[in-house]
Design a binder for this molecule. Structure first.
Ligand code: ZN
Ligand code: FE
Length: 255
């Protein structure tokens, strides 16, 4: 049975996810930035939080950890290599591990770059990827702690997952990401189509997340650094993908 996933918009543009595995009734919270909206939503659904799943240590992903744990007694799961920076962590996971939520497995993928310990949770049977601030819709996270090389490798791993995978990223940045993407990839027709779809959704106040990985492959410049058309648009035909990724990431940092 597939996971029941609820999206909670918090702060300016964060998404927290409640993930319920129906057979066991286990409920995970992915990256609780805050406390009250998460507990309120769980209560109104009649769900009991059993786990917190952290992707990385930033405060807008772990800020609710300790209080939610105190109230619910849930277990906190996070990246083992970053244990010192994940408040309340008790289940340490790392690349290649399987975390089981009730009756459903998540593969843990180590995807450093945004931070040096960043992980993603891939629930293959539900086509759901929780990737924190590594991959966004039409964008990617800033490279704060890792290298450009690492971030490109991390995105390349995520890119290789099945195209029907839903990308549950942690921020609603899609519209500004598209503005930037159009500036580096102006002739991409799929991107123009996505631009108008996203505008309609945002004008209605609807989320643009999750998208499907297959859609991202066509429009996300950070997944396309090895694609000839993007390289040509940047005047970097035949260049090393890491160099192209670096160029795109640096342009975005100052856009
Ligand atoms: Zn972050
Ligand atoms: Fe964040």
């Amino acid at each position: 049975m597939t996971l029941d996933i609820r999206q909670i918009p918090v702060l300016n543009d964060n998404y927290v996810y409640l993930v319920r595995e129906p057979k066991s009734g286990c409920v995970g919270v992915v990256d609780p930035a805050v406390v009250a909206p998460v507990l309120d939503e769980a209560k109104s659904l009649g769900w009991t939080i059993t786990h917190i799943l952290n992707t990385h240590h930033h405060g807008d992903h772990t800020g609710g950890n300790l209080e939610i744990k105190e109230v619910t007694g849930c277990a906190i799961v996070g990246p083992g290599p970053d244990r010192d920076r994940i408040p309340g962590i008790e289940v340490e996971v790392t690349d290649g591990d399987t975390f089981t939520l009730g009756d459903e497995d998540a593969s843990v993928l180590f995807v450093p770059g945004h931070t040096r310990g960043h992980i993603a949770y891939w629930f293959a049977d539900s086509d759901a990827l929780f990737c924190g601030d590594t991959l966004f819709s039409v964008g990617c996270g800033r490279v704060f702690e890792g290298t450009m090389d690492q971030m490109w490798s991390s995105l390349s791993r995520l890119r290789a997952l099945p195209s029907e995978t839903r990308v549950y990223c942690a921020h609603e940045y899609t519209q500004s990401n598209i503005q930037f993407a159009v500036s580096v990839d102006p002739n991409n027709l799929a991107l123009r189509t996505r631009e108008s779809d996203v505008k309609i959704k945002r004008d209605r106040g609807e989320p643009t997340v999750p998208s499907r990985l297959g859609e991202e492959l066509a429009v996300n410049p950070f997944l396309r650094a090895d694609q000839r058309d993007l390289q040509e648009a940047l005047g970097m035909a035949g260049a090393d993908p890491v160099a192209v990724f670096t160029e795109v990431r640096q342009r975005k940092d100052t856009f």
